[in-house]
Ligand binder design. Structure first.
Ligand SMILES: *Cc1c(COP(=O)(O)O)cnc(C)c1O
Length: 400
């Protein structure tokens, strides 16, 4: 069965447009504009050209020989999304949405950011395309991520501190939505992952689906057949759905999403939404119906992960659907496992992965040894780890 939306904006039971009345005109306009944009050959060509010449696509599919040998078992490939401009897959979505903003005649873009990665990607796209850019960021996150605040400023964006609630990502999303409801005539909201109200989950997936399309071509060229398994980390769900999309109808390809297990799933210090027996329940967060980590009274629960990009209580609605359909196998890696994988990949391949991506590597560390050599496993290396070295040093009790 196809996992694409049938009821408009829904993936099975999940998704929808649970947005305040005041945002509905913006969402309807966006939906219509995006339909026109995706059929506009000139615009699609422009997007492809930017991805190639500015972003450096296609990113390599690399056979990780030394990692494969070290683990013994499955042959491991890395899809090198870390080689994108600005160091992760996020720029692809930001570029696509910034082009879409221009297509709608909007001269200003806004975005939320947690650790600053999506903010930097969006500020980069704004600079490239000559758009005004404002980024909402929790004031606690601003304090923790000062280099990224400075980067966004260098790129010409204004960073607006958010002092409400917990002063982190969730609050930044709320503030960005509030801005958008007042500014929609001049402004596009560049949402950073495959979540939020329809049509965002679809838009973000389609922009990121270039990852899976390239991977399919590259693996067929490399081994003359489809891979046995694809593995990607799942925060909001964009790098994973972008990689899985081209393979969803190939029943022989196992798809594995790795969530942030934090300090383990017994307590609440994790961000595991799609594994049974956690405090995740179905519910509404940021405009769509999906699985959400909640406390006993249904309040959105705080999450914990060593990696900021996976540290979110909700998850994109298509993942909720793929989970219920059992098309994707969802699992998790703990902070400790991610940290070990971070070091292993650095030492064995000379590639320092983002802590988010290290969760996918951690899965391979556990599973690859149990597979035959003929089994091929592709890990989506969503980003590079330069941003994480100070945090890792802290966790290891080292100083830089
Ligand atoms: C933001 C981020 C993620 C998590 O976001 P998804 O939307 O789930 O892809 C993963 N990896 C990196 C490097 C990131 O920056």
């Amino acid at each position: 069965m196809s996992a694409r939306a049938v009821r408009k904006g829904y993936y099975g039971n999940f998704g929808g447009q649970f947005a305040p009345e005041i945002l509905m005109p913006a969402l309807i306009e966006l939906d219509q504009a995006y339909r026109a944009f995706r059929k506009d050959g000139e615009r699609q060509k422009e997007f492809r050209q930017l991805l190639k010449e500015y972003n450096g696509r296609p990113t390599a599919l690399y056979r990780a020989q030394r990692l494969t040998q070290a683990l013994g078992g499955a042959g491991i490939y890395l899809k090198r999304e870390d080689l994108n401009h600005t160091g992760a897959h996020k720029i692809t979505n930001s570029l696509g949405q910034a082009l879409l903003a221009g297509y709608m005649g909007k001269k200003r873009i806004i975005a939320e950011t947690g650790a600053g990665q999506h903010g930097v990607a969006t500020a980069t796209a704004a600079a490239l395309l000559g758009l005004e850019c404002e980024i909402y960021m929790g004031s606690i996150d601003m304090e923790r991520q000062r280099p990224n605040v400075f980067r966004m400023n260098l790129l010409g964006a204004r960073v607006i501190g958010v002092d409400s609630g917990g002063k982190t990502l969730k609050d930044a999303v709320n503030e960005t939505m509030r801005d958008w409801s007042k500014s929609v005539r001049t402004t596009h909201y560049v949402l950073g992952s495959a979540l939020g109200p329809h049509p965002f989950p679809t838009i973000v997936r389609e922009f990121q689906s270039v990852i899976g399309k390239e991977t399919r071509k590259q693996i067929l060229a490399a081994q003359g057949r489809l891979p046995d398994e694809l593995v990607a980390c799942v925060g909001g769900g964009s790098n994973s759905i972008g990689m899985f999309d081209a393979f969803i109808d190939d029943a022989s390809v196992k798809l594995t999403g790795v969530e942030a297990g934090g300090e383990g799933i017994r307590g609440t210090k994790h961000a595991v939404r799609l594994t049974p027996n956690t405090h995740a329940r179905t519910g509404i967060l940021h405009g769509s119906y999906s699985y959400v980590l909640q406390d006993r009274s249904g309040q959105i629960a705080d999450t914990h992960s060593i990696s900021a990009g996976l540290d979110y209580s909700g998850v994109g609605p298509q993942h909720a659907h793929l989970f219920e359909q059992q098309r994707v196998n969802y699992t998790y890696a703990t902070d400790r496992e991610a940290l070990a994988a971070f070091r292993l990949l650095s030492e064995k391949e000379g590639i320092i992965p983002a802590l988010e991506s290290a969760h996918a590597v951690a899965y391979a560390v556990k599973e690859a040894p149990q597979r035959p050599n003929s089994y091929s496993m592709i890990l989506n290396l969503s980003g590079r780890g330069d941003k994480d070295i100070f945090h890792v040093a802290d966790c290891l009790g080292l100083s830089i």
